[in-house]
Design a protein around this ligand. Structure first.
Ligand code: URA
Length: 232
């Protein structure tokens, strides 16, 4: 990823990002929880619905903020709404969403009760093309505000686009799996996108390893045990 692009992401995020292991740990700027969460959720929703920060507002049906309990230990982050999500106003409701729900259920998670699901972009890119850097930079502040509201204990980035943008890296997904990264203060684990898994079912086994890894990181966090940040 070019330095200028990375710099724009960093600026949009206003918080520290992942550094390769061995690099000195940065001093993270914590994202403060808003005092009036209900008002902030309402403001966020209406800003996303009215948003014209990038060209995507011209072709989307509606902004897609997220789904799930407003406070959740788990936050899953995908790429961008597809056609079905754009129509229904909810992330991951198409075929990939059904697989994501099944994957999450396998580790005891359900969007109705204990996991919040959002995307890097809140508006659908036409033809489901990859998000452009300026679209990501325009939209990331919404995600940062969501994270401050949801206050997850762990984040799961599904797919290359989510992982690379959250970690401000162009490392391939395969190299990002199996480690605990950080987004600001929050541990972040990476796995495959369910749409990719629908195309490449032979990698579902690896995705299951990732989910078990994420679950063990979460258990260690909540049981107060330290993790060395690597899969055993
Ligand atoms: N793919 C994503 O990354 N997000 C969605 O909401 C739907 C499909």
């Amino acid at each position: 990823m070019p330095d200028a692009t990375r710099a724009r992401y960093l600026e949009a995020l206003g918080i520290d990002l992942w550094l390769p292991r061995g690099a000195p740990a940065p001093a993270p700027a914590p994202v403060a929880a808003p005092a009036d969460a209900e008002a902030e959720w309402q403001a966020l929703k209406s800003e996303v619905m009215r948003c014209t920060r990038c060209e995507l507002h011209k072709t989307r049906t509606q902004g897609v903020l997220g789904v799930g309990p407003r406070r959740a230990d788990w936050l899953v982050i995908g790429e961008a709404p597809g056609a079905e999500e754009d129509r229904r106003g909810e992330p991951f409701v198409g075929a990939a969403g059904q697989l994501l729900d099944a994957m999450l259920r396998a580790i005891g998670l359900d969007r109705a009760s204990n996991v919040y699901i959002a995307n890097i972009l809140k508006s659908r890119p036409p033809g489901n093309r990859d998000p452009r850097p300026e679209e990501v930079a325009a939209c990331l502040p919404y995600l940062v505000r969501q994270i401050a509201l949801v206050r997850p204990k762990i984040m799961l980035a599904v797919g290359r686009i989510a992982a690379q943008n959250l970690l401000a890296t162009d490392a391939p997904l395969g190299r990002l799996r199996g480690q605990v990264h950080r987004f600001g203060d929050t541990p972040l684990v990476v796995t495959y996108h369910p749409a990719y898994l629908l195309r490449t079912p032979s990698d579902k086994r690896k995705a299951w390893e990732d989910l078990k890894f994420a679950r063990s990181v979460y258990q260690q966090l909540t049981e107060g045990r330290a993790s060395d940040g690597n899969r055993a």
